[in-house]
Design a protein around this ligand. Structure first.
Ligand code: NAI
Length: 507
């Protein structure tokens, strides 16, 4: 087994900004002596002071002992000359995101440090291969990509460039584990794992907004309350900053030779051009002034229905738990054969399969069709998105809403768009994850772990896809692709293959 660097090994962090200071804190907490250097005068001292301020809060709350605080802060040594870090066993650079400036620094470090010293870069978008190309020993350069804020976020992507020595990557991986992190391996490809696989989380909601499916507050609420994502995409990008999020999307889009799967959003471009960058500028999708209130999500008012009988026609797949909730709500459940749909009053309800309700209503001869969205856990979801076929009667629409409300579910009726919100988002996340696996970016386990540890997703996209049943995501994407006629929604090859083998990613 590969040995992690022991705590006798000094660590150097170059760049004492938001990331560098956080990384210095992580290494010092793990027991290492840490050199912190920044070319800007006073920045390294300020970085250490920032760490002390953070930790002081924990001392004040009684969560950290004064002695431990003193030890951690005492291990961080701001140094003004780069030469002072020469005896470090690992140097992590977290300076400005610029290829040439980083290359110059890495070349200086190579001159300065001994041959065993591992050089690591915290870059989030520059190729590790390109950063190593001018080094005499590119095999000792590896990506060590932390997430913001580094002391809190568990994920570290250990990124291998073309020349990176596997043994070096293993040491960094083992060291990150010792530091209390959850490291994953990734090859140096645009966006690595997280910044690539997460693109659809933003892109699909932005597109649904562009297509008038619903407003941001409603879409955010659906992804939180049905999808179990900690934040919806609009509140999250307001927090990240639209300039930053839009730049990452553009960078991934251009790096993949403008594959339309990564197409940036004109709506987000507008926000950036207007200076509505999110929380930091006081306005993004939402307003952040003192007197501003977050708009309420679109929610159907109470719908009336005196019906007490629910007919379940065939297997409802992932929505089986929903039927249990109706049973618990006191409805009489009648089961019979059928295509997997529910009948209540005039309404016919079915889980979205990626087609529009209006299209499916005509093809299946069920004009009163209401489609409901995916939920992370149908047994617990507090909200569901639905779309109603154009052909449906008002009574059928009201019956569909009344049924869901009987189970205590808030109903958000959105415009009839393919795949609704959670299903479409999860299908596209799984699609991207499947492609990343196929292209050797990372293993399926590491991709799933990265999305959970790096972004707090409730489940990894590939394991989520498996849970929906063999072939479901493939079918949903095929239908969405047919609806739009766009290459963007083409199902990844592994989804197609798994579908035909009637298996999932894990079993
Ligand atoms: P920042 O702007 O807060 O800090 C960068 C620091 O590097 C500044 O203090 C600057 O004075 C210093 N610096 C610039 N050139 C230098 C040089 N040649 N030698 C020594 N110090 C130098 O930036 P931030 O956000 O901390 O990002 C740093 C790196 O981490 C970038 O590569 C970025 O892409 C990456 N990153 C950023 C994340 C974020 O959320 N901010 C997340 C993960 C990675």
């Amino acid at each position: 087994m590969t040995q992690a660097l022991d705590t006798q090994t000094a660590i150097a962090v170059i760049g004492a900004g938001a990331m560098g200071s956080g990384i210095a804190q992580v290494a010092a907490q793990a027991g290492h002596k840490v050199y912190l250097h920044d070319q800007r005068e006073g920045a390294a001292e300020a970085g250490r002071a920032g760490v002390a301020k953070q930790l002081q809060r924990r001392v004040d709350k009684g969560k950290l002992e004064q002695q431990t605080f003193d030890a951690i802060v005492g291990r961080i040594h701001p140094v003004s000359a780069l030469s002072e870090i020469a005896d470090s066993g690992l140097v992590i650079e977290a300076i400005v995101e610029d290829l040439e400036i980083k290359r110059t620094l890495l070349a200086d470090l190579e001159e300065l440090c001994n041959e065993e010293t591992i050089l690591a870069t915290n870059t989030s978008s520059i190729s590790v291969t390109a950063l190593g190309a001018k080094l005499r020993h590119p095999e000792r350069l590896v990506g060590m990509h932390f997430f913001n804020p580094a002391p809190l976020m568990a994920l570290v992507e250990v990124v291998k460039g073309l020349a990176t020595d596997n043994a070096v990557a293993e040491i960094v991986h083992a060291t990150a584990t010792n530091w209390g992190k959850k490291p994953v391996f990734a090859t140096s490809t645009p966006g690595f794992i997280v910044n690539r696989v997460a693109r659809p989380f933003y892109a699909e909601s932005l597109r649904l907004l562009q297509e008038g499916a619903a407003d941001p507050a409603t879409l955010d609420a659906i992804l939180r309350e049905a999808g179990n994502f900690r934040m919806g995409p609009f509140e999250l990008t307001d927090l990240i900053g639209h300039d930053v999020n839009y730049a990452v999307t553009n960078s991934v889009f251009n790096s993949y030779y403008q594959d339309t799967r990564f197409l940036p959003s004109l709506i987000q471009k507008e926000l950036v051009e207007a200076g509505r960058l999110g929380r930091k500028s006081g306005q993004g999708f939402y307003r952040y002034t003192e007197d501003s209130e977050r708009p309420e999500p679109g929610t159907e008012p109470a719908c009336q229905s005196d019906d007490t009988r629910l007919i379940v026609e065939g297997e409802t797949g992932p929505a089986a738990q929903l039927v249990e909730r109706f049973r618990e709500a006191g409805l009489e459940i009648v089961e019979r054969d059928g295509p997997g749909q529910l009948r209540f009053g005039e309404a016919v309800l079915a889980l979205t399969d990626g087609r529009m309700a209006t299209e499916r209503a005509r093809l299946e001869g069920t004009p009163n069709l209401t489609l409901f969205d995916l939920a992370f856990d149908f047994g617990k979801a507090t909200r569901l998105a639905v779309s109603v076929a154009d052909q449906a009667t008002d009574k059928a629409r009201a019956d569909a809403c009344a049924l869901l409300q009987k189970a205590g579910i808030s109903v958000s009726v959105i415009e009839d768009r393919p795949g609704l919100v959670v299903m479409r988002t999860v299908a596209m996340l799984a699609n991207e994850a499947a492609d990343a696996e196929l292209h050797g970016v990372a293993t399926k386990e590491d991709i799933d772990l990265a999305m959970k540890a790096g972004l707090n997703y409730p489940e990894g996209p590939l394991s989520w896809s498996d849970r929906l049943g063999n072939g479901r995501v493939f079918q949903v994407l095929t239908n969405i692709q047919n609806s739009y006629g766009e290459d963007r929604y083409r199902p990844a090859l592994l989804l197609r293959k798994n579908h035909h083998a009637d298996k999932g990613f894990y079993a």
